[in-house]
Design a protein around this ligand. Sequence first.
Ligand code: DSN
Length: 433
Amino acid sequence: MPHDPITDAVLDLIARQDPDVAGLIRKEGQRQATTIELIASENHVSPAVMHAMGTCLTNKYAEGYPGARYYGGCVFHDQVEDIARERAKKLFGCRFANVQPHSGAQANMAAMMALMEPGDTFASLVLKDGGHLSHGMKINFSGRFFRPVHYPLHYPPGHPEHERIDYDAVKALCREQRPKVLMCGYSAYPRVIDFKRFREAADQCGAVLVADIAHIAGLVAAGVHPSPFPHAHVVTTTTHKTLRGPRGGLILTDDEDLAKKIDKALFPGTQGGPLMHVIGAKAVAFGEALRPEFKDYARQVVANARALAAALMTRRYRITSGGTDNHLMLVDLRGRDANLTGADAEQWLEAAGIVTNKNGIPDDPRPPRVTSGVRLGTAAVTTRGMREPQMERIAGWIDRVLAAGLQSPGERESTSRGVRGEVRDLCGQFSLP
Ligand code: DSN
């Protein structure tokens, strides 16, 4: 399957010097082109975003910020970073943007450094319930240098809001623990986040509300998910998930004092030289996200997620919380068969060309390397132009592969081979950007 012509030329150039690395990049290109990407945190960038990263912007140190750098020769880097900042502000409707975080975890680290002193308490959702490493895991900086307290994910079984955020519990935790920071935003939560209710909880104890919108940023930018502004004081995000930019992070705020603290916490607090080639690509991606067609893409991401969830439910899979409002869903495989694990499903589906990740479901009795669920997301397939009829086909393939896997290894292998061919054909009809 062909790459875009520029990628082909670049790979030929790399191959002349380093055939080993060029060969592996080519293979990865083939893998991406011929498989269905359902990992909820991944996407396919446009050639413009891709190639902005492979430019001379990478050659420069630009420590500091536009107009106040620690190196000479930054005249064009200043302009690139300013464009990225302006577009980010316009996209999310806020007054200040820092486009330098290397990743979402770096964005969270800088936000925490700006808002807390070592040992201070913050409240968040624990990783196993859908949070993130950088939201207070003990082995992460956030859990080592600060004191995380966690609100429970959800209302008890039987409650109509079961498997959805328990806002009353968030408020109770804030009253009891009086955290300095309250974090919301998740990596495996399929429902709308009510930022207003989080702000009410934060205001009870004077906490700063930080919304990590890494997963839903593209949906927020397109107006398909409510904005964290004006409720959140600080917003952190990645740029490469639904937002469809290069791998990287971003911090936003409406508050000038907080913006100053965040800039200092990012540089010199936690990072050195910014990745200016990535910031160039962020600027290009934000420009794409400001176009009307990005809204169409984001709407279709959600429509596809709903269609995929519905098609799986008709095949006796349980989707946590009964469905999805955003780009992702958590499939509780035990609904289909008590013996089915996330680890098996991930492996069996990959053999058929459908790429997913095992994921714990709420109150999962199985350990993180096994799990009872898989997390599926529709951003990448939507970028390829797939729509509801393709979601129906994908659900059918998922079920065929998993049902065969439950029967026998032989059945699994022959079914995977057959589905792999059909997946390859479909991918041929929906090429990468
Ligand atoms: N690892 C990301 C995800 O898959 O959701 C979060 O950073």
